[in-house]
Design a protein around this ligand. Sequence first.
Ligand SMILES: O=C(O)CCC(=O)C(=O)O
Ligand SMILES: [Fe+2]
Length: 289
Amino acid sequence: MSASESPLIERVVDTTRYPLAEPDGPGWTEVVARARRDLAEHGCSVLPDFIRPALQEELRRECAEIAPEAHYDVEVVNAYNIDTSTELPPEHPGRKTLERGNAFVARDQIPAEAIIHRLYADPLFQRFLADCVQLPRIHPLADPLAGLTLNVVNPGMAHPWHFDTNEFAVSMLTQEPESGGGFEYCQDIRSGDEENFDDVRAVLDGDGEHLVRRLTLRPGDLQLFKGRYSLHRVTEVGGSTARYSAIFAYSERPGVIGSVSRTKQIFGRVLPEHVAAEGNAVRGDALLD
Ligand SMILES: O=C(O)CCC(=O)C(=O)O
Ligand SMILES: [Fe+2]
């Protein structure tokens, strides 16, 4: 596909640094190789100023306009997002409860022409991300609410320590707070066959400073992150400006839709698609966290 066939990418992405309109070209290959290396070595990769600096105010404004639509509900959770009434052994870090003070604006509340929405649906963007995470293809979720969300963290609130359900996460800060709201993570604190509860408990108890890394994120940066094995959080936002980030959720299989209970918990509502998918073969968990 030539650049002229992808006006969105040319308009919003800094294609000099990130030549997304030329799949498999030398520039593309170099950027993908760097992202793959970052993911393998650090569990995350940040692509600074992915959105052209001249478009970053438009990006910020579009998201700030929809932020009041977020579903607010201070929820008591644990790092594993398992039901907090579940019986767990005394030393299990899942017994530690945390307040989830962030809120999500759902995909159906994000205008189709907004930069984040057009990017989410763009085939070149999807192809680029798939290449970075080394999958043959990735699919937007079939879920009309959870596929694309705006994560809103208001002053005084935090998005506490958690693991993601999804193997990889794609996000973009759209508005930074005056202070706080930092992204912190413990790289590969667990693996597919080792939960490492002792270290997780230390971090949750505030005794795991040596395990914690901090990322500097700026609005318009694209962030790729392996959140299934790396415990992570957004610290409390200070000052009077909220922190907003777009969360782009994709799946390896097509047709993924969140469960009724999890959808209701996150968005305060469900749609006929969620009800219809209950008991259907092609469905997964809501992929937010
Ligand atoms: O907003 C962010 O930067 C992180 C969000 C996150 O971890 C999540 O939605 O699972
Ligand atoms: Fe997360």
